[in-house]
Design a protein around this ligand. Structure first.
Ligand SMILES: [Fe+2]
Ligand SMILES: [Fe+2]
Length: 269
């Protein structure tokens, strides 16, 4: 079974790009979907691990939903999402889910042909950093008591591991040890995150972990690690799950690689 992992689309409705004028991040989602179709990736589903919007309001989420519905229709598979620090729960519930506004965390479990997908909400309101709250941790522990036929994938926005030992506040899940304790020894075969806008693959306390590059832009640590450069890129990962294990292939699509902006590395993406 294959699935596609996108992250950090940082979308706004056309004309409302604000911090990223003329960036047209929505075109990168379309470029990605076109590439998935043309190269016949044939995924079972698409996973988007947060920062769907860049500070989105209800109108932005209506647009994001229409764009993701378009992707879903073209690929013939569902699109599952989790939320990041640049997302707003109430606006997401109204514009994306068509529900009443609510700040209730958005997390869920899905069974896809025997593979279990658990989406967590690692947002901390009005903060860039991440945390899995006690209610979700208890819920996760309960879910994982019963193994799934093809194992479990956990999706969340903030990663558990650091970028080359770089652990500025706001980068990681702050209670990552608690999360790892709940996940260790279960049927979880991988955890998939975004947030750091850089393709990292590895393990955290023995758990296979991916923090994918952004679909909208990458954040590269400049010399001396004093600033992040936001670079125009577009890419996605193809994840293959089989009895042999799990394989992640990174796809880098042609873009200008122009620098959008740079920020001090003490601030968060
Ligand atoms: Fe992001
Ligand atoms: Fe983020």
């Amino acid at each position: 079974m294959r699935f596609v992992h996108l992250t950090d689309t940082h979308l706004n409705a056309p004309g409302k790009e604000g911090q990223f004028p003329n960036s047209k991040h929505y075109e990168k989602v379309r470029q990605t979907i076109r590439h998935i179709r043309e190269t016949k990736v044939d995924p079972a589903f698409v996973l988007v691990t947060g920062d769907l919007s860049h500070g989105g309001d209800e109108e932005d989420y209506v647009f994001i939903r229409s764009l993701f519905d378009e992707a879903s229709e073209q690929l013939g598979v569902p699109v599952y999402v989790v939320l990041g620090n640049h997302d707003h729960l109430s606006a997401f519930r109204q514009g994306y889910l068509g529900e009443a506004p609510s700040e209730d965390p958005y997390y869920y479990v899905q069974n896809i042909n025997g593979l279990r997908l658990i989406g967590l909400n690692s947002q901390i309101p009005n903060q860039p950093g991440g945390r899995i709250d006690e209610v979700q941790l208890a819920w996760l522990e309960q879910q994982l008591l019963t193994p799934a036929p093809k194992g479990t994938i956990v999706a969340l926005h903030h990663p558990l591991f650091s970028l080359g030992g770089f652990t500025a506040k706001g980068l990681l899940v702050e209670n990552r040890d608690e999360v790892a304790r709940v996940v260790a020894g279960t049927d979880v075969i991988g955890m998939f995150a975004g947030h750091i806008h850089s393709n990292l693959f590895g393990t955290y306390q023995g758990i296979f972990h991916v923090a994918a590059a952004g679909t909208a832009f990458t954040a590269e640590l400049g010399e001396g690690k004093e600033h992040f450069q936001f670079i125009d890129i577009c890419g996605y990962n193809i994840v293959t799950v089989s009895e042999e294990g799990i394989v992640v292939q990174s796809i880098d699509l042609p873009r200008s690689r122009a620098e959008y902006m740079r920020i001090p590395s003490t601030r968060m993406i």
